[in-house]
Design a protein around this ligand. Structure first.
Ligand SMILES: [Zn+2]
Length: 248
């Protein structure tokens, strides 16, 4: 039996029985892991309290074969991010970030930088950094870590640097497109070069100095939604709530 100790963010939880929970966590070394916490809902358990989404834990688990649940033996909640839970837009943003990691990350494999990006996004939301800035920064860097960041400053077809203020966007064609380079994909839409430039800056780690205006946040949201839909072939459950809260 091998005991493993790891920091971990809770991404998903389901009740397994009257007293137990099945949980998915994201960890720095093992990526996404699935565990069972036997008795975690009992009043007196080794876990002190039932597990909650988005909280950061220090876990001790017994690692099982791939495809079976690890067994949690001990857990201590390190941070529960209480301030972001009290604010609907920030809570929605945090749920979106967690769902993004849960859906994109492969089971049992680390993704370079993704754990740090997840924790950083939760810390920013907790500290009151605006939700759009936090989510866009997270998404651009997470897509880059996963190898899915679209072309933002060059045309996906001719590969030349984009110069026009009005462009097209098509994930399947590589991202940004000059108006004269016809997209092959049907699901293209017009975008402003300024929106793609903002995403490129987020990906490089920059944060906006002023509040982003609604047309910009709406267009950046449309670009990221297109990327997620293309790679997952569906939308994240929290995407609808995120659009409502960060573009209104
Ligand atoms: Zn082109």
């Amino acid at each position: 039996m091998q005991f493993q100790r790891t920091p971990a963010v809770c991404l998903h939880k389901v009740d397994f029985s009257e007293t137990s929970q099945v949980l998915r966590f994201f960890t720095p070394e093992s990526g996404k892991i699935s565990c069972i916490a036997k008795g975690s809902k009992r009043k007196k358990s080794a876990f002190l309290a039932p597990f909650e989404l988005l909280s950061l834990y220090d876990l001790i688990r017994i690692e099982k074969r791939p495809g079976t649940l690890d067994i949690l033996t001990k857990a201590e909640r390190v941070r529960s991010f209480t301030r972001l839970r009290a604010d609907w837009p920030r809570y929605v943003a945090a749920c979106y970030v967690a769902e993004f990691v849960d859906e994109f990350a492969p089971e049992g494999q680390p993704v370079d930088g993704l754990y740090e990006q997840l924790v950083h996004a939760l810390e920013r939301l907790e500290a009151g950094v605006p939700a759009p800035d936090t989510v866009f920064s997270f998404e651009s860097q997470a897509l880059a870590a996963l190898g899915y960041l679209p072309r933002l400053r060059e045309c996906g077809v001719c590969r030349k640097a984009t110069v026009r203020p009005d462009l097209y966007f098509s994930v399947r064609d590589g991202g940004a497109l000059d108006p004269e380079c016809r997209p092959k994909e049907e699901r293209w839409f017009p975008v402003r070069r300024a929106s793609l430039e903002s995403i490129a800056r987020f990906a490089a780690g920059d944060m906006p100095k002023e509040t982003m205006k609604r047309p910009l946040t709406a267009e950046i949201r449309q670009i990221f939604d297109a990327c997620v839909r293309f790679h997952l072939e569906r939308e994240l459950k929290s995407a609808k709530y995120l659009r409502e809260t960060i573009t209104c």
